[in-house]
Design a protein around this ligand. Structure first.
Ligand code: NI
Length: 252
């Protein structure tokens, strides 16, 4: 079975066929999905999808790209949403210096406040780290009890080792199937099977051979296949390991 631990079905890209697509997933072998919010409205939408579908769970949080619309009272609403029984994590949260490297301190502050919320509620975090590896590692290392996943991990093997040593999970998405995926392959070679998660980040990051098209959780098999090739095991074994890891991390 497949567990897509990161798919944005609340995204407008799914407005035309969201319900049909989500209803079809268990029949396609996708038995579990986590929809992480990126701001208040998408967090609410993720919770609504989790209420509607037994196989869908939600995470709630404010993505660094949403920083400019941030107001402190939004965190109170995130906290309220996080108490929902099908909210399994705070995310996606983190740092994105590719998007904006002029408000680093504000990004760090928002990241830390949401980490503290996760710790207070006893939930893991889903971390978005884009071109902010040093600061992301430094911040999560300040919180010894924090658990979670570095979603679509794009750091070095050295950073991966450090995160693994601290108990983190690493998320792998469509880009592992791309021709230039040298760094991700190096990281996969050292990542033990009990610490990796396969994700789609739908509607983004479609794997080869559907690169460029809208992504959905059925394409997780291409990610599993590629990881299986690197690890010398079958795609089914990768999917099973990842699903077990996802259940363990998110308490499902
Ligand atoms: Ni995402």
């Amino acid at each position: 079975m497949f567990f897509d631990t990161h798919a944005h079905y609340d995204d407008k890209a799914f407005d035309g066929d969201r319900d049909a697509l989500l209803a079809s997933m268990p029949g396609e072998g996708v038995k579990l999905v986590i929809d992480p919010g990126c701001d208040l409205s998408s967090s609410r939408a993720a919770i609504a999808l989790a209420e509607k579908y037994g196989h869908v769970y939600a995470a709630v949080g404010i993505h660094p790209e949403e920083l400019r619309d941030f107001a402190p009272e939004k965190l109170d609403e995130i906290r309220a949403l996080a108490l929902h029984p099908k909210c399994v994590a705070i995310g996606e949260i983190g740092l994105d210096y590719y998007w904006d490297d002029t408000h680093k301190e504000e990004q760090k502050e928002l990241f830390k406040r949401q980490i503290e919320l996760a710790l207070e509620l006893g939930k893991p975090v889903i971390v978005h780290d884009r071109e902010a590896h040093g600061d992301s590692l430094e911040i999560v290392s300040e919180y010894r009890k924090l658990r979670g996943v570095f979603h679509c991990f794009s750091g070095s093997a050295e950073m991966a080792r450090e995160l693994l040593r601290r108990g983190w999970y690493l998320g792998f998405d469509g880009p592992v199937t791309y021709k230039n995926a040298r760094k991700a392959v190096e990281v996969l070679e050292i990542c033990p099977m009990d610490r990796l998660l396969i994700e789609t980040d739908s509607p983004y990051l479609s794997p080869v051979p559907v690169r460029g098209k809208r992504n959905d959780s059925r394409n997780l098999r291409y990610v599993a296949q590629k990881i299986g090739e690197i690890k010398g095991i079958t795609a089914e074994e990768v999917a099973a390991a990842s699903a077990g890891n996802g259940r363990a991390l998110f308490g499902i």
